[in-house]
Design a protein around this ligand. Structure first.
Ligand code: SF4
Length: 337
């Protein structure tokens, strides 16, 4: 299937951020990347647009890398003014920024609206005050909730970014975080498992134990199972591969984290289905080609004939049991972009 949504990513680091979240290596953020020149951003957008062509596609420009609304407003305006001509000519349909919840208020939203921003992602991390405090995020859960309400009220698309497994985080706080997020109706989410990065306050916290990879997979699978039925777009699951592998000291980093989470979600469903059908085994499995790799990794399916096909929806799987019972499982497996 041809891709019809594109995000042109522009990296704008928040140099001189006045905070020190325990998981963040500010030197890495501020030392390795300079703010790009607006002319360079313009050239980047133009090159991307040439590459992707213009038939039936939606294009966003996404400003990532830090708290966009924390940088000098004159600089924000310079970046956004680069995108406006592309929006006016219909070549770009929107602008996405990411920022901290405490860098949002009515004036900020007025400015963003005027300058073409359509989507705002908030680095929430957790809606649990104890977790926010231990992570030294510098705002409360209530403030993050109010910022979310304001963004939605003003007609922007809302994104929530979560970091799971921070000090003090637990299944209970995770469930509360998901409950609160769902009430705020985000349009999109990202989930990052917390890892210990070199030269961060977290590296010096000897008592802190990051999640194991298995636990991070289980918690992320739980989150997807809560968010996806509400048609919330999952923009990202798992950390981007680091430029330097040695920058991650410990924690649940895996280059195929998203795939492992999907395997886990299949495992849960197939096991619960097998419980329902009793002593029968699975004889045949019809699965969308894109999801077949997850099925090959299921122990319960190793004796089954697996048929990767295009005609079955990626959210569904069709099973034939040893007693020829035909079962259509609706899994809501898709991770959309
Ligand atoms: S993660 Fe925290 S410390 Fe790092 S740039 Fe963002 S707000 Fe600043």
């Amino acid at each position: 299937m041809a891709k019809d949504h594109f995000v042109i990513p522009v990296f704008v680091p928040h140099n001189g951020c006045p905070f020190q979240c325990i998981f963040c290596n500010q030197n890495q953020i501020t030392g390795q990347a300079d703010n790009p020149d607006p002319a360079a951003v313009d050239a980047q957008i133009s090159t991307y647009l040439d590459t992707i062509g213009d038939r039936g596609r939606q294009v966003l420009v996404g400003f990532y890398g830090g708290s966009f609304t924390g940088i000098e407003q004159k600089k924000q305006a310079e970046y956004l003014s680069v995108v406006l001509p592309y929006m006016n000519t219909g070549k770009v349909q929107g602008v996405r920024i990411s920022t901290r919840p405490d860098f949002i208020d009515d004036d900020v939203l007025d400015f963003l609206r005027l300058n073409g921003v359509t989507q705002i992602e908030l680095g929430i991390q957790s809606f649990d005050d104890a977790v926010l405090l231990s992570a030294q995020r510098g705002y409360t859960s209530l403030l993050a909730q109010n910022a979310s309400v304001l963004i939605r009220k003003r007609g922007f698309l809302l994104g929530h970014q979560f970091m799971i497994g921070l000090p003090g985080d637990s299944w209970d706080s995770l469930k509360r975080t998901v409950d609160i997020s769902l009430k705020l109706q985000p349009d999109m989410i990202r989930i990052y498992p917390a890892v210990v990065v070199k030269d961060t306050p977290m590296e010096r916290m000897s008592a802190y134990a990051p999640l194991t990879l298995d636990e991070a997979i289980r918690r992320t699978a739980y989150m997807l199972d809560r968010f996806l039925p509400h048609h919330i777009t999952v923009l990202r699951v798992g950390l981007h591969p680091p430029q330097d592998n040695s920058s991650i000291v410990r924690g649940p980093y895996h280059p195929s984290f998203r795939h492992l989470v999907n395997v886990e979600r299949w495992k849960i469903r197939i096991r619960s289905m097998l419980k329902c059908i009793g002593p029968q085994s699975i004889k045949e499995i019809y699965v969308n080609t894109a999801q077949a790799c997850c099925i090959y990794e299921q122990k319960e399916c190793d004796k089954a004939q697996i048929y990767p096909v295009e005609w079955i929806d990626p959210n569904n799987v069709r099973l034939v049991t040893s007693e020829n019972q035909k079962i259509l499982l609706s899994l809501n497996m898709r991770i959309s972009n």
